[in-house]
Write a protein that binds this ligand. Structure first.
Ligand SMILES: C[S@@+](CC[C@H](N)C(=O)[O-])C[C@H]1O[C@@H](n2cnc3c(N)ncnc32)[C@H](O)[C@@H]1O
Ligand code: SF4
Length: 365
């Protein structure tokens, strides 16, 4: 997150929650870097009955914006019905897509019903096709962008950065400008899902992250008309001065922000997490297949899990941010890491609850 984005976050209304909904984990691609392990053959995801009850409980839960992601949400035949349920409660969702195989009919049906579309373009053609594990993927996605631009949609380009395209981001910005695109966001490769088994040479070191930061600062100067953002990284100084933006207020920051997480993630099996799905399962709010979201939010706010969530944020703030020597801090990834480390749990006098299934246990040492 850039300083600007952190400030925008600070400007959000205290009770407004952004919901990131993984509508399906099924995908028409099997990208090498996919943090969600998405692929063909995965279950379709939340039933339409649950999507409707989720939409109904958004307002009572304090949700004001919804982003659909996955998997590939355009594979869901009932996508438009789902969007209508959210429209009925006054929420126009945005969605992420790889732009592969989206039919004209679906585009026509979505027209006017969505707030924005984020399309993934991971750098120059060769690198994009490699990450997407599909020759020709780049050209297909570019054709998709041209179609949605013709329809007048707000289109944001989302570019994942690895070693393979880190030094070619100028080309991405040049290309975005040539297509008349006004929003370009970069996300450093996150080590989750299939990205954990990618070749070591694709990973970004701390030094690379700083080259990325410098590159973005330069691109912002070169393309003043374009909104160029960096996801997953937060401005270290701003967080230090305003800990309540990361739910870690110690009384030193007086913005008086709500300590309740302003982002919720719902995975394709209905599990609700505060902020990111990589947190230790202890922090789950519950499952929307069993309870309305509004109940889960209210219960969480009164629970021991919420108190521990705040302790986790304070721990990351004290132990990691306060001495961090670099201008950008990977706050979300650090929360995920700390939540699954023995060091955090022993710092609050508890034993780390056991982790079932695929969650990794990590050490901060
Ligand atoms: C999980 S995808 C789902 C939406 C859609 N299928 C797509 O690819 O745009 C959402 C975004 O996360 C990005 N992404 C996937 N794995 C990632 C990783 N390991 N690190 C950073 N971004 C990642 C994708 O490139 C995409 O921009
Ligand atoms: S990154 Fe997107 S397109 Fe690629 S496998 Fe994951 S969900 Fe599918």
């Amino acid at each position: 997150m850039t300083q600007l984005e952190v400030r925008e976050l600070a400007d959000k209304k205290q009770d407004s929650i952004v919901l990131h909904l993984l509508l399906t984990n099924r995908c028409n691609l099997q990208c090498n870097h996919c943090c969600n392990d998405s692929q063909a053959g995965e279950p379709e995801g939340l039933s339409m009955e649950i999507c409707k009850s989720l939409a109904d409980s958004c307002r009572p839960a304090g949700v004001t914006a919804v982003h659909f992601t996955g998997g590939e949400v355009t594979l869901r035949r009932d996508l438009v019905t789902c969007i209508e349920h959210f429209a009925a409660v006054g929420i126009k969702p945005g969605f992420f897509t790889n732009g592969i195989n989206v039919s004209d009919q679906l585009l026509q049906e979505l027209d006017g019903r969505i707030s924005a579309v984020s399309v993934s373009v991971d750098g120059p053609q060769q690198h994009h096709d490699y990450l997407r594990a599909l020759p020709g993927a780049f050209d297909r996605t570019i054709r998709f962008i041209a179609r949605v631009k013709d329809m007048g949609w707000h289109c944001l380009v989302q570019c994942t950065v690895t070693q393979g395209n880190l030094r070619q981001l100028d080309k991405v910005a040049e290309w975005a400008e040539s297509l008349g695109l006004s929003r370009l966001h970069f996300t450093p490769l996150e080590l989750a899902g299939r990205a954990t088994v990618m070749p070591e040479r694709e990973r970004l070191t701390v030094k690379d992250l700083h080259l990325l930061f410098d590159t973005i600062a330069r691109l912002k100067g070169d393309y003043p008309e374009m909104e160029i953002g960096l996801r997953g990284m937060s401005d270290t100084t701003f967080i230090r001065e305003h800990p309540c933006n990361v739910y870690a207020c110690q009384g030193s920051c007086h913005e008086g922000r709500s300590s309740f997480p302003r982002d919720l993630v719902i995975t394709s099996d209905g599990t609700v997490y505060p902020l990111i799905k990589d947190l230790h399962p202890f922090f789950q709010l519950g499952n929307v297949n069993n309870r309305p979201l509004s109940d889960l939010v209210q219960e969480f706010e009164r629970s021991d899990r919420f108190m521990v969530f705040q302790l986790l944020c304070k721990y990351v703030f004290q132990e990691m941010i306060s001495h961090y020597p670099y201008p950008l801090f990977p706050w979300l990834a650090s929360l995920g890491l700390a939540s699954r480390s023995e060091k955090f749990w022993s710092s609050i006098g508890r034993t780390m609850p056991p982790i079932e299934g695929g969650h990794r246990v990590l050490s901060l040492d």
